[in-house]
Design a protein around this ligand. Structure first.
Ligand SMILES: [Mn+2]
Length: 340
């Protein structure tokens, strides 16, 4: 990962000059988001900085343990406190999101308004320009970028266990346990250095991946056996679950995490979608098996979203049935292959 020396020097100056640091990330934070912000938090604590985390909304149960021994505010639970902190922040670090709008409507406004130094650490395409951008769309995860930033700041390769554990979780969750975005030899050097801190990879994997409730496993079974629609000719598939169906399985945040990837396990499928109905909107996740199907472009063009070439998300305020109809039509017409 190539870094500009001037960016690292500038970040170093910000860290020395600025009194306090706030770290934030995207709405519906995943393992990479929470891994990034907590690793950065522990690093700044180590060098005795006043630091706090602001997370837009709930953290899924399987990665909640990463928040132990950190000072964090969940904006959706205590918006006043989050806003107050951000308004007095001298240095804002935005991790695992490429645009303030990804923090959700309320937080976006505050992030846009505040006047402070702003640094981005991320791996999504087309980032918004901050004072310093550490943006590496080829990286497996933001946590891999964070490791590289910390290495250049500290000249150290092995960090304390709390930092290493957070970064390890981010890399594992964003690569589907090294199943995708996993071709870079340098990534394995990073993981090797994380394990040198003494963290136990097998125990962490269990904690993160083997935490299903009976309802969650049953919802997965139902989604796959009853809701999967495959389009052989178009090499595409989708799963659509309504709010009523989610409620039947006592849906908890995070319960649909990874469900979209099951569609791609089909040999005859190269593109897939998970559609899920939420309180006020419809959420969509897109996956592709092939770089020629750029789901980031598809999500940007049609579904108010974005992300990566092979994994992206979107949202819609149409009704559930309308979204299902629109996706069906787009699959029939192969509109998911977006030409420039
Ligand atoms: Mn990520």
């Amino acid at each position: 990962m190539k870094f500009k020396t001037k960016d690292i020097l500038q970040l170093q100056n910000y860290i020395i000059e600025q009194q306090n640091i706030t770290i934030t990330t995207h709405y519906n934070p995943d393992g990479d988001a929470v891994g990034s912000v907590t690793a950065l938090y522990h690093y700044f604590k180590l060098i005795m900085k006043d630091v706090q985390i602001v997370i837009p909304n709930y953290v899924p149960h399987s990665i909640e343990f990463l928040l132990e021994n950190t000072d964090y505010i969940i904006a959706e639970a205590d918006f006043k406190k989050a806003k107050k902190r951000l308004q007095v922040t001298d240095l804002l670090i935005v991790a695992d999101m490429n645009d303030n709008s990804r923090a959700g409507d309320n937080l976006e406004k505050v992030l846009n308004e505040i006047d402070c130094k702003k640094v981005l650490i991320d791996h999504h395409v087309s980032p918004f320009q901050y004072d310093i951008n550490f943006s590496y769309p080829d990286a497996s995860s933001t946590c891999e970028v964070v490791w590289n930033v910390l290495y250049r700041l500290s000249k150290k390769k092995v960090f304390p266990a709390d930092i290493s554990r957070s970064l390890y979780v981010g890399i594992m969750t964003d690569t589907g346990s090294l199943c995708f975005s996993c071709n870079s030899p340098e990534l394995y050097v990073v993981i090797s250095n994380l394990l040198k801190s003494g963290i136990k990879a097998n125990k962490i994997n269990q904690k993160v991946f083997d935490t299903y409730s009976k309802d969650r496993l049953n919802l997965l079974g139902y989604a796959i056996s009853k809701k999967l629609r495959v389009f052989d000719k178009q090499r595409a598939a989708f799963i659509a679950v309504s709010l009523e169906e989610l409620e039947r399985y006592h849906y908890q945040p995070g319960d649909l995490e990874g469900v979209v990837n099951y569609c791609l396990k089909l040999e005859e499928v190269d593109f897939c979608v998970l559609i899920s109905e939420r309180d006020k909107k419809i959420r969509l996740s897109f996956r592709s098996k092939d770089e020629s199907i750029d789901v980031n472009k598809f999500a940007r063009k049609y579904w108010n979203g974005g992300g990566h070439v092979m994994a992206a998300g979107g949202k819609s305020f149409l009704s559930f049935n309308e979204v299902v109809k629109k996706i069906t039509k787009q699959i029939y017409n192969k509109e998911f292959i977006v030409k420039d």
